[in-house]
Design a protein around this ligand. Structure first.
Ligand code: NA7
Length: 554
């Protein structure tokens, strides 16, 4: 089959494309746009009913952007798009982000190449044809030279396995699978399991309506004031007027946001009074700026870390009136080594009469009954259970997909001991497969829409390289994967991050390989991948394109 024949054609029940993309979230949407602009035929599959990925699913009360936020949590590829879209708040609520993504889908006519409500159930690489075949839940089968997994870093819900939970007869919702119909808490006794970002954002909102909220906490958390505020028209105007320099700043910044780098300074260089003054100023201002303006060794030095941890613990004691509850809320890990959380009324919710805290470390859940949750200390009758229990993050959805590479070797086999990859985008034995925000990439440690664009631009260039050179397949060597793993680990091991149990280390999922799997070099990563491309894709091997008659003969 010639390349022309393969372009968006159909043989029997198999559709043929240049590229299949799995996922129509922020990454998959841009991947579609970019590859289409390159003149490729592209098909996107997504299990949801519309675009948005994580923003389509996470509709729980209080769901908001909890990073540095708007207007810079957005695509940068189109200046017109930036100019025509107004963001209302710094911490945009879920519906505002979804509105934006729907607008992007309309504006760039993305939906015509997306098949919704379609799960990719299997993906197999055909070595002779140098193509991937995917099978979907709707029976559609597609073949493509390239497979792009834009499956989301936080998309496979972590469902707790607690005795009796399936017998619970009341309403039960996972925050990452929240219903599209309105959920009423009015007059209900609600239990919430989980105090990560989703629990901490939703608990104060649920408490406003519910008869009673029982918070079931496994790990007490450090959380910081969200500092959400309206974005002033002059701020939007300024961002627009300086859009090119804003983008340049975003590219240069460690986290992908247009902020000037904070001068390197140890927390231990300041007196306790000076530190207190800085922490207090940042606390009052709120927002993600707290982390961006901190001392540079908070995530590196135990002693420096303790100064901030003590400050936040004192704040919790100040906010929460009941001393016993306040003590249960005291986190004991290194601060910011679990995903930093922005809160708006979380600690204060424990001052309400209708909110109680159960510390599962001293009072664990024994089982559920149809009408209650039973902990060691007694029974808590409930009508609703909210599971804010997070995700099998970063690798979980790739493993659920479990693509089969060369020789039918599955990803589950390849990743049985660790998440082998090169540049966080490619895996040896899985030619022509690319991941966006995969393990080993900056992923959740970088402005995710921008990171997706930058990874996708690199993938597009690699695809272009293959087509220009009439190459059929590309994959990394095992040696380059090993070197990459060492680089990722060396960056992580210079910090306190790997020393805390978190979804960043895989510790939240039983049996998951345990190590820190994000690339912590920030913007350095994009220089690294550019260098690899400039050195003729150093660390990769290429296969010439098989002729169609060779492929058929084998
Ligand atoms: P997280 O941050 O993984 O939080 C999940 C929470 O659920 C966390 O407090 C967990 O405790 C708790 N958890 C998980 N399983 C259980 C069981 N079995 N029993 C009790 N408690 C449990 O997920 P989120 O959805 O809040 O946030 C994910 C990201 O989404 C976030 O960073 C934002 O970027 C958006 P643990 O700490 O593991 O002890």
């Amino acid at each position: 089959m010639t390349r022309e024949d393969q372009s968006s054609s159909q043989t029997g029940s198999t559709e043929h494309y240049d590229v299949v993309i799995i996922g129509a979230g922020v990454s998959g949407m841009y991947a579609l746009h970019h590859l289409r602009e390159m003149g490729l035929s592209v098909r996107v599959y997504d299990g949801a009913s519309d675009v948005g990925g994580t923003w389509w699913y996470n509709r729980y009360p209080g769901a908001r952007v909890d990073g540095p936020g708007s207007p810079f949590y957005c695509y940068t590829f189109s200046e017109e798009l930036m100019k025509e879209w107004d963001w209302a708040e710094t911490q945009s609520e879920q519906s505002a982000v979804l509105d934006y993504l729907e607008h992007v889908a309309d504006r760039f006519d993305l939906r015509r190449d997306i098949q919704f409500e379609t799960w990719v159930e299997d993906a197999r690489y055909d070595e002779a044809a140098q193509r991937w075949t995917v099978e979907t839940s709707t029976g559609v089968c597609a073949s493509s030279q390239f497979l792009i997994c834009a499956v989301g870093a936080l998309s496979t819900a972590n469902m707790p396995d607690i005795p009796g939970i399936h017998e619970f007869a009341g309403e039960c919702y996972h925050t990452g699978r929240w219903p599209h119909e309105p959920v009423s808490f009015e007059g209900k006794r609600v239990a919430v399991i989980g105090t990560g970002s989703s629990g901490i954002q939703s608990i104060p909102e649920i408490a406003k309506e519910a008869a009673h909220v029982t918070v079931l906490q496994r790990t007490a958390q450090f959380a910081f004031p969200a500092g959400n505020r309206p974005i002033m028209p002059e701020e939007m105007a300024e961002a627009r007027a300086n859009w090119h320099s804003v983008i340049a700043k975003m590219h240069a910044n460690q986290g992908g946001f247009p902020f000037d780098p904070n001068p390197a300074r140890s927390a231990l260089d300041d007196t306790p009074e000076q530190r207190q003054a800085l922490y207090e100023k940042l606390w009052q201002r709120g927002g993600f700026g707290f982390f961006l303006n901190l001392y540079s060794d908070i995530a590196i030095s135990e002693e420096a870390n303790a100064t901030l941890a003590d400050f936040v613990r004192a704040k919790i004691r100040e906010i929460v009136r009941d001393p016993e509850t306040a003590e249960k809320l005291m986190p004991d890990h290194f601060v910011i080594t679990k995903r930093p959380i922005l809160e708006d009324g979380y600690f204060d919710a424990f001052n309400r009469d209708n909110v109680t805290l159960v510390d599962l470390r001293e009072d664990p859940i024994e089982r559920f009954t149809p009408t209650s949750v039973i902990t060691r200390s007694g029974e808590h009758p409930i009508e609703m259970l909210v599971l804010a229990t997070g995700f099998d993050a970063i690798s979980g959805t790739m493993l659920r997909l479990n693509p089969k590479g060369r020789g039918g070797f599955s990803l589950k086999e390849r990743w049985s001991d660790r998440f082998h990859n090169y540049l966080g985008m490619t895996i040896s034995g899985f030619p022509n497969l690319f991941m966006i925000h995969g393990p080993g990439s900056p992923g959740v440690f970088y402005n995710m829409p921008l990171g997706a664009e930058r990874q996708m631009d690199w993938i597009g260039s690699c695809v272009q390289h293959l087509r220009e050179q009439e190459l059929g397949a590309v994959e990394p060597t095992v040696a380059s994967e090993e070197a990459w793993a060492a680089e990722v680990s060396a960056l992580a091991n210079a910090t306190l991050f790997p020393r805390t149990d978190s979804w960043w280390t895989g510790a939240n999922i039983e049996g998951k390989p345990r190590y820190f799997f994000a690339y912590l070099g920030g913007s350095i990563y994009y220089q690294r991948i550019a260098d690899v491309a400039a050195k003729n894709y150093e660390g990769f091997t290429f296969e010439p394109a098989h002729r169609a008659d060779d492929a058929q003969a084998s």
